[in-house]
Design a protein around this ligand. Structure first.
Ligand code: PBG
Length: 322
């Protein structure tokens, strides 16, 4: 007798009935970039349809996102006020702090996740404080605590430390708890690889390292077991959500980690992955929406609960047939 899996593919109805995974707006997080100034909406060359917004324009954008059904953002600040220690990142009047305050004032229910890192704020472009041409891990943690506190003082709902430093989750959890912010969750960029897929993002936020690279702190793309080690350390230190980044070339890592943990797993569908799809679509080589949907579902299928993606707005518009 021929085995006939095709029976369950006979019509739209039966196909939907046996569908194992789907993507809703509840699964997606939308990154936004905020800059100094007024009335600015600067396109990012290498990321079609993604902009740097000044705070006033950002509020218009968020208004639009809310009508599309998007209820959150992962916010990145960009400043020209860069120095050795990234002071703008923990200044109560820094770009991210002002933006967060304004967003929460206008849209108290819009969920603001803030990226905790130094690369956008330091003049050398590295993710921490430099001593002898290398990041001083433990000294950076002290600054990270200042940054964390200033973010939650401004109204951030969730903190996402992305610097891949040892002890970063513990340091952030401790400072939050000492200051009675027991209920602010931490989403850690636990398994963040030293990836070339971040190229367009570094254009967007002007955060390329001025010397060297990030291989001293981000993970080697050749490694898999080590990703699990990083994730388990972060969970032990108090992470509420862990992350794998990038997504597309790391589905095996997502799959492996999901089997070992009992907290939500996020994955970051990074800038290079987004831009490749946009570029191929512009050339007419692929169907953008179909390829995008196939990518998003592959992250879900691999085991990701949450997907951070620049495609979120496009996806939401598509759902509404806009
Ligand atoms: C670092 C950070 C990076 C991204 C998010 N946070 C870049 C890096 O490590 O250079 C990359 C995001 C993307 O490529 O979309 N703060």
């Amino acid at each position: 007798m021929i085995k006939r899996p095709l029976r369950l593919r006979g019509s739209n109805i039966i196909r939907s009935m046996v569908k194992e995974n789907s993507i809703t707006l509840n699964d997606l997080i939308y990154p936004l970039f905020v800059i100094e100034g007024k009335n600015k909406k600067n396109p990012i060359n290498s990321m079609p349809n993604i902009y740097q917004f000044s705070i006033d324009k950002l509020l218009f954008e968020i208004d639009e996102l809310i009508t599309l059904g998007i209820n959150n953002t992962l916010l990145f600040g960009i400043t020209e006020n860069k120095d050795k220690v990234g002071s703008n990142s923990f200044d109560s009047n820094g770009i991210i702090q002002r933006a967060t305050k304004e967003i929460k004032k206008r849209f108290p229910n819009f969920y603001v996740i803030t990226d905790l890192c130094f690369c956008e704020y330091t003049d050398h472009g590295h993710c921490g404080i430099i001593k002898n041409n290398k990041i001083d891990n433990d000294l950076t943690l002290k600054y990270l605590q200042k940054q964390a506190l200033s973010h939650v003082h401004s109204g951030s709902d969730l903190l996402a430390p992305s610097g891949m430093l040892d002890g970063m989750v513990k340091a952030v959890r401790e400072v939050l708890d000492e200051n009675q912010y027991y209920n602010i969750p931490i989403m850690s960029y636990s398994a963040k690889y030293a990836s070339s897929f971040y190229g367009p993002f570094r254009d967007a936020v002007d955060s390329s390292p001025k010397f060297g690279d990030r291989k001293n702190y981000q993970m080697d793309p050749a490694n898999s077991t080590e990703a699990l080690k990083e994730v388990l350390i972060d969970i032990d230190e108090g992470a509420d959500i862990v992350m794998v980044k990038p997504a597309m070339s790391y589905l095996d890592i997502i799959y492996k980690i999901k089997k070992e943990i009992n907290i939500p797993l996020a994955t970051y569908n990074v800038s290079g992955e987004y831009s490749m799809v946009k570029a191929a679509a512009e050339k007419g080589w692929i169907d953008e929406n179909l390829v995008r949907n196939e990518l998003l579902i592959s992250f879900k299928r691999a085991g990701s609960d949450i997907i951070i993606s620049y495609f979120t707005k496009d996806y939401a518009m598509d759902l509404k047939n806009i």
